[in-house]
Design a protein around this ligand. Structure first.
Ligand code: SF4
Length: 344
């Protein structure tokens, strides 16, 4: 039994909380030029065997939220000012660093967009994967190498036995990302956070990596949080989507419901900007304008300067996350009209 389970005790078994829960999280960056409000009250959860896609443009707060979950936020300048990150019901943000380190990598692990800079160029990939077993589990070098080969095979790196001593630069971008995935799943985590895992890859390799992640998740029943700016890559793998804008969740929904009928103009705009077979004949259109400067987030609804449906109320009143249906929410005052298409 782990420390976390001991803390929870048997009484908690009956009313098991979500595996990982972000609750009203606020993060700000204090810089010489001012305070950037990067995350402004984000709440989401994920359970074992589930995939949550967190979607948003660059600067929406999706990666900063993940860094806060992992405890790898650069402090200073980044500070969590409010909220909780609960793993099996225990708030990680108040745990001593030693306990957090035990959870990071073992129970919750993360893969990043840029495998080349995340891997060390002077060590072989086998050594780097094996490090997880040597450092965390105290395995011998020979046993760790064996485990590294097994993992390389598990993430479908061809000729793993022959390639275990190769260096990162001898692998293609897609294969390097597989090495990163191997390291992230080495200790069988309960939660895997994948931050833009396919952005640097071409479309065919993107699809292969997404398929691999989905397959690994099915095998191990881990929870997967998939962070992306690309709505196109998550449709087939995610169960639910949380759409972020200016540090807030603006829409949250089961994936198929969101694709069928978005309830927020921002999501609607994102959907209209990706090619879809069911939108055949319709013109693709990009959302006009840029996301706001996080030091000067517009009052009211932060999306109002870019929203084609904005009205007076939007400029002064910040919309809460209205309940659209069970498990579905939209932070738009006029979500009903957006949903039934009567508005725009
Ligand atoms: Fe647009 Fe207003 Fe809805 Fe914000 S609240 S998304 S500005 S219609």
């Amino acid at each position: 039994m782990t420390d976390i389970e001991t803390t929870l005790g048997p009484a908690a078994e009956a009313t098991r909380p979500p595996l990982l829960e972000v609750d009203n999280l606020h993060v700000e960056f204090r810089t010489p030029h001012g305070v950037a409000k990067a995350v402004n009250g984000v709440s989401y959860h994920v359970n074992a065997g589930e995939t949550l896609a967190v979607l948003g443009e660059s600067g929406s707060g999706k990666s900063v939220t993940a860094q806060a979950i992992m405890g790898i936020l650069d402090t200073p300048p980044g500070f969590v000012t409010r909220g909780e990150v609960r793993f099996n019901g225990v708030n990680l943000l108040t745990l001593p660093e030693e306990q957090r380190r035990q959870i990071r990598g073992r129970r919750i692990s993360m893969i990043f967009q840029d495998a080349l800079s995340a891997l060390n160029p002077v060590f072989s990939v086998g050594w780097q994967i094996g490090e997880m077993f040597r450092v965390h589990l105290g395995m011998s070098k020979a046993d760790a190498k064996k485990k590294a080969i097994e993992l390389m095979e598990r993430v479908r790196i061809p000729a793993a036995r022959e390639r275990v001593n190769d260096y990162p630069h001898q692998f293609s971008g897609g294969m390097r990302q597989r090495v990163m995935i191997a390291m992230a799943i080495a200790l069988d985590p309960d939660v895997l956070i994948a931050d833009e895992p396919t952005t640097a890859l071409d479309v065919t390799v993107q699809a292969q990596i997404m398929e691999l992640l989905a397959e690994l998740q099915r095998e191990s029943n881990m929870a997967l949080i998939l962070i992306t700016h690309d709505l196109g890559v998550v449709a087939d793998v995610a169960d639910r989507i949380a759409v972020m804008y200016a540090g807030r969740i603006v829409e949250q929904a089961p994936v198929h419901e969101l694709y069928r009928a978005p309830a927020h103009p921002y999501t609607k705009g994102l959907l209209q900007s990706i090619p879809r077979v069911d939108f055949k004949g319709r013109e693709l259109s990009a959302i006009k304008g840029l996301p706001p400067n996080l030091m000067h987030i517009p009052p009211g609804c932060a999306f109002h300067p870019r929203c084609p449906y904005a009205r007076e109320k939007c400029r002064t009143e910040m919309p809460p996350l209205y309940e659209v249906a069970a498990g579905r929410g939209s932070a738009c005052h006029f979500w009903k009209e957006v949903l039934d298409g009567s508005h725009g």
